[in-house]
Design a protein around this ligand. Structure first.
Ligand SMILES: Cc1ncc(COP(=O)(O)O)c(C=O)c1O
Length: 372
């Protein structure tokens, strides 16, 4: 909600780089990594590249000691391009459904932790990464998340024991369980409930002689968009308490994406047109739904648009620059009266924005520049 850039800084950046431009704050990424690490003292963090694979984001997180969660060969190539050491367990491969050649390639690169949620996937892993390490992904029912990641993935709790037994019989090494509560989850309770479900499954398996030594609590940690959120320290308190139910030698990891980078990027965009249509004010910007605002479509997100003006505020429609009527960012923004060329700042534009942008109408994807 709060912009780390003020309008004077934005004008300087726009003068130098043009608009639209995404501005990445290095300090903010470092701060977010440190906040989450401190709030979850028992948990090792694996940055989920899918939230924003921009090389500078990855480079900064590598410098502060983050591990990485990847889901494609392309994401692996990004790590390699930065000469990041992908061995020693620093990288996990968490896409629940993958091609066999993908598993073979990734395993051949020394990455040895794969996720499965069904029997066919298990057999693919056993075939392409024989003896490999696996995590069973469980589904999570969480009506409070903004993006439900259990719609497509996750086994039911009742399937866990038969699937894990099958994994063992296929010669795989079952390291543990994982889940994703859903992205942008504003309430910690779904983590607590699912951690306790995992504990019950782990106890039942222990009594059968199968010991799980890893729990992966996924991503989902929220950032502020148009309303404020719980401070992360408070958010993580009940999660830490739930984790205390696991013995100290159980390794706990998480795969945060949005939290680490979501509010580390501000978009600077410019008013390039206006019109009054059926007595409703329309503003056209030089960035839109097909570009950095793609998260409105794919990530269900409404963004906070800030003007430095204050007069004549009214509800208006904000649209992007393409020749498509679908390219509408919001029909309900309350903005002051704007003029051609006015700059606007859009906060929390770091996660699931530029990475899902397109070049529709041959508009270039909005570039990202880094500030300290
Ligand atoms: C397997 C997996 N891990 C981690 C993440 C990152 O989630 P978030 O950005 O909500 O932290 C995602 C998001 O899609 C995911 O699918």
């Amino acid at each position: 909600m709060h912009s780390f850039l003020d309008f004077d800084q934005a004008r300087d950046i726009a003068k130098k780089h043009g608009t639209p431009v995404l501005v990445l704050s290095k300090q903010k990424v470092i701060e977010k990594y440190s906040k989450l690490s401190n709030a979850l003292p028992r948990v090792s963090l694996y940055y989920a590249l899918k939230a924003n694979p921009y090389v500078e984001v990855v480079r900064i997180l590598n410098e502060v000691g983050s591990n990485f969660d990847i889901c494609s060969i392309g994401e692996f190539n990004t790590l390699q391009g930065l000469q990041i050491n992908t061995g020693n367990g620093r990288v996990i491969y968490t896409n629940p459904t993958k091609k066999e050649e993908e598993i073979r390639f990734i395993h051949g690169q020394g990455i040895d932790l794969f996720v499965f949620d069904n029997s066919l996937e298990l057999r693919k892993i056993a075939q392409s990464a024989p003896g490999g390490n696996v995590l069973l992904r469980l589904e999570v029912s969480n009506p409070h998340c903004v993006v439900n990641l259990s719609y497509k993935f996750g086994a039911e709790a009742g399937e866990a024991e038969p699937l894990i037994s099958e994994a063992v019989s296929l010669g795989l090494n079952v390291k543990g369980l994982c889940f994703h509560v859903g992205s942008q989850t504003a309430n910690p309770q779904p983590y607590v409930d699912t951690i306790m479900t995992c504990k019950k499954i782990a106890d039942r398996l222990t009594s059968r002689g199968i010991r799980l030594d890893l729990l992966d609590i996924g991503g989902g940690f929220p950032v502020a968009y148009t309303s404020s959120i719980m401070p992360i320290e408070k958010f993580c308190e009940p999660i830490n308490e739930a984790l205390d139910n696991f013995p100290p030698d159980t390794r706990i990891i998480a795969e945060p994406g949005r939290f680490l980078v979501g509010d580390a990027i501000v978009l600077i965009t410019k008013v390039i047109g206006k019109s009054r249509r059926k007595d409703v004010q329309w503003y056209f910007l030089d960035d839109g739904l097909y570009n950095s605002f793609s998260g409105k479509v794919y990530d269900n997100t409404d963004y906070n648009i800030i003007s430095e003006k204050t007069r004549n505020r009214e509800q208006c429609v904000v649209a992007g620059p393409t020749c498509d009527s679908f390219d509408v960012i919001s029909t309900k923004k309350v903005l002051p009266e704007l003029e051609m060329g006015d700059l606007l700042l859009v906060t929390s534009m770091g996660a699931y924005t530029s990475c899902s942008a397109s070049e529709f109408n041959c508009h270039k994807r909005t570039p990202t520049v880094v500030v300290d």
